[in-house]
Ligand binder design. Structure first.
Ligand SMILES: [Zn+2]
Ligand SMILES: [Zn+2]
Length: 996
């Protein structure tokens, strides 16, 4: 028995290994070859969500990339044709904001000063700034994709397809223009969509001063038997004091009970259930219903701000949205700054007057001291002013999560704005119905977040008041009494209907579409002739929400239906999409909406969502906090395979948020990558033979067992990868590699040495298993698997191989038998440990009683147990018995097959002598290791000891270990290469070796 192999464990340079493989792939065009090989196979359709190239790639982009590579690689090995084309999202606020900073301007006025032509040109020039960096990262992590042939949403062809789609939707009557309350960014001067707000960074907790404002009742109004006087106030609570100057109404809940209370000589009206907000003693003077308050008048806090010619404003109204959850049970409304307020004001026919301009600053109708003030800066002056005038009951700090612009960080506000909408309400039922065809991973998203998102979805605001985007293809008649609107669905249609196309686009060439720039300001110059009245039509100024573009990706990347219509049909819907979980309400949602409206079909069959990778401290990854290691450094240190495997086996892949852990990554690298590499290098110390694909004959029980484990693992991995579960698949492989190294190889080393037929048979199995492991690992670790497979088989690439057909029959009997063997071994080791008997000390005999009736322990299996436990024989007559039961051993979990295991612990002189020899052998092996000797290299061994037993054990060593000891001599004088002063069985011995 040899615990320690002669070969030194290798610490490979994975980074260099991977760079060499990358070079090989490039020189040999391996990706293209894998596509050529499968081109007649059944397509496996993959849609790739386009990222922005306006920032550097990071873990958030590496994570989906890893799975976007692993699944297609697997499917390719299964013989499917997996087209993978990169795409870039080019339009919208991300790039516009960067360009504003770049040009040192801010706001629309300054953009228009420098000119939209220049502004958009700079956007175009800068939108792919970091594309090269992305290319490098994508290549380094072995993500195979047609990167240089990327589609771009700013291409004329792409934009034309988006026009086509909008026209289809328009003709179905699903697009309309209306004024609605939308979240609005005053710096970017555009509404922000609910998808944009659904993404990261949008909501932040902020603490603000909320106010209980006093609205003074007009005197001499009757509430049941109470008459209002000069000191009667309605209390209303608001978290947005900036809206108070624009107050138009107070609202009470129809079913809520109200009271009039007296406190410090003033009368207050509020809900009975909200009396707790009052400070100090009070006396209830009256209880009444909401109806008794309806229609009563109060004085505006700022008279003159809201015109009130019909005397409808500044009265109490009943509204369903009022609750007694917080505040006073009375809700102040400024009509324009909340969806419910706006709808109620519309119903009640109240004045709807904006107070803020497009930059979020007060207009001239506001009180003098607020003119030109930014709304978020107005709260303090307003509260100060109201306090001075005795109109504040109290203020309170209030922490709530408030939406901010996802691009520029400006606090947003709700604003009633004119905009264009897709009528989601009309297609909702269909969206929900078609969702039934989609498989979600994790499954709870299907009827959870995704369906709920659809159920609660407002109509989709598809217009933006910006510049760098696809133009909304609507032209309006300039004749006010006509009102005709034209929707243009193609460049041909534009040419046909316009009066000045050739003037605007003199170089138009249908053969070179990209020469035509459909962006602003050119497109705005194109005029149409009204088909109704013959007057001129002008394009509306708005551009398209870029989410319409990403939702159009399935057809627009192909310029369908203008080109590639058949290809599009063949590629729709997709088999597989994957993005991180917030895309459930963003890209997955918009794709579902667009394609349901256009094709009445869900655009994807299987959706995988990843969670979010957080920093090591559990907060958002942040460069300034330094709470995560740089991805490039991690790759250099451990290799991209280690990072891939770490991510693919982490629950982050199946939708959970996970803290990045370099420690876990390093452990993964050690337990998987390094372990496998070392197993392979052992193989190579025994043989230089190449492995052939034929399944070897397995006679020895260890060989039969490892083949069964391989088939068992292969079955699991195949099923899990079919179900997009790389976590479970990867973990099955980890277990397998562990078994391969710590049991199969450990127990097989001795029989693999030498030239015997038995050794050859064992190596044939070992080599086959290694090559099959490399194949199984190929989707996870494309580099190491390639290195191993090429070396083992001499074939060109593991990625050009077919996935092995799953073995129909797994030998369950040998698996169960080996389980019993390993349990016996664990018990034996535990017992030895309890008794303080080192494994090197041979024991005479063992015995055990077995529970399991289905497993037979034959001679071959018993030999394994005896060898591992260093026991000579199995026998039921033991002289000095020690025993152990499974239920007393912590490391033995799960059902046990063994009832009790016994060891004979009587140590005869002979056994003791052998124990000494084993210990000495270890010492000599240590010396050999230090001297860097290889397997088969011999040494002369010198020793000096006073102990006769040790001396004779050393001489005995020569007989048993001819493979590494040439001669053994007692000597003090000789000059040795390596020496050691050792202690064996509490006796001193000097050892020295000389290479022969
Ligand atoms: Zn903004
Ligand atoms: Zn007209």
């Amino acid at each position: 028995m040899s615990d320690r192999p002669d070969a030194k464990p290798n610490t490979p340079d994975f980074n260099q290994l991977e760079l060499d493989i990358l070079k090989f792939w490039k020189e040999n065009d391996t990706f293209q070859k894998s596509l050529d090989k499968t081109k007649d196979g059944e397509p496996f359709i993959f849609y790739d969500g386009p990222p922005f190239a306006t920032g550097l790639p990071h873990y958030g982009s590496i994570l989906p990339s890893v799975i976007k590579d692993a699944i297609p690689r697997y499917q390719t090995m299964r013989g499917r044709y997996v087209r993978r084309r990169w795409g870039w999202d080019c339009h919208g606020l991300p790039i516009e904001n960067i360009v504003e900073q770049h040009l040192k301007i801010s706001g629309k006025k300054q953009i228009e000063e420098i000119g939209v032509e220049r502004f958009n040109q700079v956007c175009r020039d800068n939108v792919l700034t970091y594309a090269r960096e992305w290319g490098k990262t994508i290549e380094r992590i072995a993500r195979w994709t047609e990167f240089d042939n990327a589609y771009m949403t700013m291409q004329t062809s792409y934009m034309e397809s988006v026009w086509w789609a909008l026209k289809q939707v328009w003709e179905k009557g699903l697009i309309y223009e209306d004024r609605k309350v939308l979240l609005y960014c005053s710096r970017c001067e555009t509404p922000i969509s609910n998808f944009e707000v659904a993404m990261d960074n949008s909501y932040r907790d902020i603490t603000e001063e909320s106010v209980y404002a006093k609205f003074k009742m007009a005197p001499s109004q009757r509430i049941v038997d109470f008459m209002t006087n000069d000191n009667t106030y309605v209390l209303a609570w608001t978290t947005t004091p900036w809206t108070l100057p624009g107050n138009v109404s107070l609202n009470v809940g129809p079913d809520i009970k109200y009271v009039v209370v007296e406190q410090n000589g003033e009368n207050y009206i509020l809900a009975k259930d909200r009396l707790e907000i009052l400070q100090g003693d009070y006396e209830i003077k009256l209880e009444c219903t909401a109806r008794a308050l309806e229609g009563l008048s109060y004085e505006p806090l700022y008279p003159g701000v809201i015109p009130n010619p019909e005397n409808r404003a500044h009265k109490i109204y009943a509204a369903d949205f009022v609750t007694v959850e917080d505040g006073t049970g009375v809700v102040h409304s400024a009509a324009m700054y909340g969806e419910e307020d706006y709808q109620a004001a519309k119903q009640q026919d109240l004045p709807r007057v904006p107070m803020l301009d497009h930059k979020g600053q007060y207009l001239d109708n506001a009180p003098q001291f607020l003119h030109g003030v930014f709304f978020k800066d107005a709260e303090k002056p307003i509260l100060d002013d109201l306090r001075q005038r005795g109109l504040v009951y109290k203020t309170e700090h209030y922490t709530h999560s408030y939406p901010h612009c996802y691009r520029c960080g400006t606090p947003l506000f709700y604003n009633a704005l004119p905009a264009w909408f897709i009528n989601v309400q009309k297609v909702k039922n269909r969206l929900i119905e078609l969702n039934k065809d989609i498989n979600w991973y994790p499954e709870h998203l299907k009827f959870g977040r995704f369906q709920q998102g659809i159920e609660n979805a407002p109509d989709w605001n598809i217009s933006r008041n910006r510049y760098w985007a696809t133009a909304l293809p609507f032209w309006k008649c300039t004749n006010a009494s006509c009102g005709n609107i034209a929707c243009i669905g193609s460049i041909d249609e534009l040419r046909e209907k316009s009066t000045n196309f050739a003037e605007v686009y003199p170089h138009y060439d249908p053969a070179d579409l990209e020469k035509l720039d459909l962006h602003k300001p050119y497109i705005d110059r194109v005029k149409l002739k009204c088909e109704k009245c013959g007057e001129l039509m002008e394009r509306i100024p708005e551009v398209v929400d870029c989410w319409v573009e990403s939702g159009s990706m399935p057809f627009a990347e192909l310029h369908a239906p203008f080109e590639n219509e058949q290809l599009f049909k063949d590629r729709f819907p997709s088999d597989f999409v994957v993005e991180y979980i917030p895309q459930t309400r963003a890209w997955f949602y918009v794709m579902h909406v667009m394609n349901t409206m256009l094709f009445d079909q869900a655009p994807f069959k299987n959706v995988l969502t990843t969670g979010t990778i957080l920093g090591e401290d559990g907060t958002k990854m942040s460069k300034s906090k330094g709470n995560y290691p740089d991805a490039n450094i991690v790759i250099e240190k451990y290799g991209a395979d280690a990072l891939r495997f770490y991510l693919l086996t982490s629950p982050v892949i199946i939708g959970e948020d996970v803290n990045f852990s370099e420690k876990t990554l390093a452990e993964t690298n050690r337990k998987v990558n390094m372990l496998l590499y070392n197993v392979w290098s052992f193989y190579r110390t025994y043989t230089q033979d190449k492995v052939f694909g034929t399944v070897p004959e397995a006679a020895h029980v260890l060989d039969r067992w490892i083949m069964a484990r391989l088939h068992q693992t292969h079955k699991l991995v195949t099923a899990d990868l079919d179900g997009y579960n790389t976590v479970r698949a990867g973990r099955a492989i980890v277990d397998f590699i562990n078994d391969l190294s710590t049991w199969y190889l450990r127990r097989s080393r001795d029989r693999m040495r030498g030239d015997s037929a038995e050794a050859k048979a064992a190596l044939a199995v070992f080599g086959y298993v290694l090559a099959e492991t490399a194949k199984m690992l190929a989707p996870f670790m494309p580099f190491l698997s390639e290195f191993l497979y090429q070396d083992l088989t001499g074939k060109e690439s593991v990625h050009l191989e077919n996935w092995t057909e799953v073995a129909s029959q797994v030998d369950d009997r040998v698996l169960a038998a080996m389980e019993l063997v390993r349990e016996a071994v664990s018990l034996g080791h535990a017992l030895r440990k309890q008794l303080g008997l080192a494994v090197r000390q041979p024991l005479r005999a063992l015995d055990m009683t077995i529970k399991s009736k289905s497993v037979d322990i034959d001679e071959e299996l018993m030999a394994l147990i005896l060898a591992e436990l260093n026991v000579k024989i199995q026998e039921d007559a033991l002289s000095d018995k020690a025993s152990v039961r499974p239920d007393t051993i912590k490391s033995i979990a799960g059902p046990s097959h063994i009832d009790q295991l016994y060891l004979d612990i009587e140590l005869t002189g002979e056994l003791k002598q052998e124990g000494l020899a084993r210990e000495l052998e270890r010492q000599v092996q240590d010396l050999r290791k230090k001297s860097g000797l290889k397997v088969g290299e011999l040494v002369d061994l010198y020793y000096n000891t006073q102990d006769e037993a040790l001396a004779s054990a050393l001489v005995e060593l020569l007989d048993r270990k001819k493979t590494f000891v040439n001669q053994v001599k007692m000597s003090l004088e000789v000059e040795v290469d390596y020496e050691a002063q050792a202690e064996v069985d509490k006796k001193a011995v000097w050892l020295g070796i000389i290479k022969v």
